[in-house]
Design a protein around this ligand. Structure first.
Ligand SMILES: Cc1cc2nc3c(=O)[nH]c(=O)nc-3n(C[C@H](O)[C@H](O)[C@H](O)COP(=O)(O)OP(=O)(O)OC[C@H]3O[C@@H](n4cnc5c(N)ncnc54)[C@H](O)[C@@H]3O)c2cc1C
Length: 325
């Protein structure tokens, strides 16, 4: 059985890795320059910067076992950041017992490890699909990428909807998957400071505050040393400023930071990144994954399973199990 997987993030990689281990013929396509998706760190001369996923946790026993495997192989490391949270706009210590992991040396490392034995085509955006009732044909810029017995979409909801218009016309039930936005936007900004304003490595935002997360990059293994702070704006703020340009977002980030520290800052913005589809809308239902045998079609991804890295992995593994039945 030949299977095409679109998307080499954690969900697509987990699905591909399981299927290849079962002897299936799998080809993965991703439009990015490398695998990882939203688990991606930007390489700079001073080290990596995590602009997307910041860390991940493991609650499920099977995912925990996978994390232990990655830990032994050096693909991930434990992040023992000193944590705080905002309380009425004030930074207060907030230590907890959670075990947090990060990719080593960059966030995409565990995804790359899953894909080491998989046929992967990066820099390849799939923009058209055709289904003849038996097989799927994939196209990129008018060029056929081949025909496959099964198709897996492991891409964010809004991008899947664009590709699946034809499948939806064959099976209007699929429409329900796209009725509510599953993923909300996030502006990520990296700020370089002269000195650390706080004795912490990660700060959780609070409801109503424009910032949802701040992290000292250098506290993670392999990341930029020095005072590089990564700021995530909240989903509400990011939605409001979705089409703003980076220079406006940079100004707003410095203002928000200054307001938090309460003192004039010697600070410079080095990167702004707009994630249109970032983290889970809590109102979106959990499907786990979706498999439609009559269409030889599967969908996996964090958005179908409650968001987060762990749930992306679980969704991909669950779909691989369905495809092997
Ligand atoms: C700002 C931010 C902060 C986050 N923080 C955390 C956190 O702290 N902890 C946590 O657990 N999770 C966090 N997450 C969520 C986490 O990153 C995701 O849950 C997880 O990485 C999703 O994996 P995925 O495989 O489902 O999707 P993705 O990682 O989005 O992978 C989809 C892939 O599909 C590719 N693709 C899309 N369309 C096409 C196409 N047409 N053709 C070819 N390729 C295509 C993309 O390039 C991408 O590589 C965060 C995400 C963001 C953006």
């Amino acid at each position: 059985m030949s299977i095409a997987i679109i998307g080499a993030g954690m969900a697509g990689a987990a699905c591909a890795s399981r299927l290849v281990r079962q002897g299936q013929q799998v080809t993965v396509f991703d439009k990015g320059r490398s695998a990882g998706g939203r688990m991606s760190s930007k390489r700079t001369v001073q080290g990596y910067l995590d602009l997307g996923a910041q860390y991940f946790t493991a609650r499920d026993a099977a995912f925990m076992a996978q994390c232990q495997h990655w830990l032994r192989a050096g693909n991930i490391a434990q992040w023992q950041g000193r944590l705080a949270r905002l309380d009425n706009g004030i930074v207060v210590a907030s230590p907890d017992e959670s075990v947090r992991f990060v990719g080593a040396p960059s966030m995409q490392a565990p995804v790359a490890a899953l894909l080491h034995a998989v046929s992967l085509h990066t820099g390849c955006q799939v923009d058209q699909l055709a289904f003849d009732g038996k097989r799927w044909q994939l196209f990129s810029a008018g060029v056929s990428l081949g025909q496959f017995n099964h198709l897996v979409l492991a891409i964010p909801q809004q991008q899947a909807e664009q590709l699946l218009q034809y499948a939806i016309s064959l099976n209007p039930e699929l429409n329900q998957l796209f009725a509510t936005p599953a993923l909300l936007p996030c502006w990520a900004v990296n700020v370089t400071l002269a000195h650390s304003p706080w004795p912490y490595d990660g700060i959780f935002g609070e409801t109503g505050h424009p910032l949802s997360w701040l992290a000292r990059q250098g506290s993670k293994p392999g990341r930029c040393q020095g005072e590089h702070w990564l700021l995530h704006f909240s989903a509400a703020f990011s939605q409001q400023y979705l089409e703003a340009d980076s220079s406006e977002i940079a100004k707003l980030a410095l203002q928000a930071l200054q307001q938090l520290t309460g003192e004039p800052l010697s600070a410079k913005v080095s990167h702004c990144h707009r994630w249109r589809y970032a983290q889970q809308n809590p109102a979106f239902p959990h499907y786990g994954m979706v498999y439609r045998p009559e269409l030889a079609l599967g969908l996996a991804g964090d958005w179908l399973n409650g968001g987060r890295v762990e749930n992306a992995w679980l969704s991909g593994v669950q779909l691989a199990r369905e495809l092997q039945r």
